[in-house]
Design a protein around this ligand. Structure first.
Ligand code: PLP
Length: 342
């Protein structure tokens, strides 16, 4: 009963097969190989636009390098107050961007609205000694397992654009959001005003494959150089490309995400029907947040359930909110076993 994180899963078999397939023979180093070229072309098909694609090893690196390429002296970056970029990345965005300041906006269930952003921007008028407004970063799916609709994204980016800001999406769980919405990758990104995307593969079936997908390369200054200096140019780039080759082929990435989201929905339905535990909110991707009694938590953990206690929000004295993450490996039997112990 493994619900700690989607990072705990291995890689999917088609991704592993692609790694073996592309292991044959010699290939030019540092991204000049045929697999990297083919995968870059695949990204262009997926996003229906001529994107630049730069691989990184981790999502943190992708986010931080995106911020580096947006950076300006005295720059302010707006994100939600639960953004991974803000809460879990050891100041990488600030470090790589030469000290841009993160401006957290209070989120509800992981998301911010255009109104929230507008109010925060109003408190940072042009010419303010706080700094200048440079970038917006949105997480899709959010850290709370909720999903921005394309119109929400468009409203947020339009607000940011009024102040000439660049718009970044942290897509560590991009596929989970996409299959939930049933829209195209283009509709969820550049058509809604996103300039650069951290495209995650690792949580959904790769083992070390993230990519910066750049929709407006002319605005993302020196990204290539920032990545090189940060040490994220892979000499054997073909192995990151190989993972994306297996991942993106035949809609595999979407199948994996559908499976993970389906497991979360099954879990959520069971929790809501249990009569003894309750959902903190409706999950929209592959993370379920639920309020359980401490006795239930202890019982589940004693039975081998693994998950994290998240917060005390909305909880009684003998309760806690837990986060339950599903992934492409989560089986129905695992979910049902959790529910029966609950
Ligand atoms: C929303 C979000 N963004 C970014 C990351 C960073 O990924 P990595 O651990 O590969 O640096 C994570 C990882 O948990 C995440 O949940």
């Amino acid at each position: 009963m493994e619900f700690s994180s989607d990072n705990w899963a291995g890689a999917s078999q088609p991704v592993m097969d692609a790694l073996s397939r592309h292991n044959e023979g010699m290939a030019p180093a540092y991204g000049a190989d045929a697999v990297t070229e083919a995968v870059t072309a695949r990204f262009r098909e997926v996003f229906e636009i001529d994107v630049e694609v730069l691989f990184t090893a981790t999502g943190t690196a992708a986010n931080a390098l995106a911020m580096a390429a947006c950076s300006r002296p005295g720059g302010l970056v707006f994100c939600s107050d639960v953004a991974h970029l803000h809460c879990d990345e050891w100041g990488a965005a600030e470090f790589y961007s030469h000290g841009m300041k993160l401006m957290p906006v209070a989120a509800r269930q992981g998301k911010i609205t255009a109104q929230d952003l507008g109010a925060k921007l109003a408190a940072c008028p042009e010419g303010s000694r706080l700094g200048r407004t440079v970038a917006l970063s949105l997480t899709q799916a959010s850290e709370c397992g909720t999903v921005y609709r394309p119109e929400d994204i468009a409203a947020l980016t339009a607000t940011a654009r009024q102040r000439d800001m660049l718009c970044h999406m942290d897509g560590a769980r991009f596929a989970n959001a996409l299959v939930h919405l049933g829209v195209t990758p283009a509709e969820m990104t550049w058509k809604a005003g996103i300039d650069v995307l951290s495209f995650g593969g690792t949580k959904n079936g790769c083992w070390c494959a993230e990519a910066l997908v750049v929709f407006r390369p002319e605005k993302l200054r020196d990204l290539v150089e920032h990545r090189a200096r940060a040490g994220h140019v892979f000499s054997k780039s073909r192995f990151v490309a190989a993972q994306f080759d297996g991942y993106l082929a035949d809609g595999h990435w979407l199948d994996l995400a559908r499976h993970a989201n389906g497991a979360a929905a099954r879990l959520a339905k069971g929790i809501a029907a249990s009569g003894s535990a309750r959902l903190a909110w409706e999950p929209e991707a592959n993370e379920v947040f639920a309020i359980l009694s401490k006795e239930q938590i202890a019982r589940l953990q004693a039975a081998g359930g693994r998950f994290y206690e998240w917060s005390k929000d909305g909880c009684g004295p003998d309760e806690a909110m837990v986060r339950l993450v599903t992934c492409f490996r989560t089986g129905d039997a695992e979910v049902d076993s959790f529910l029966s112990h609950l």
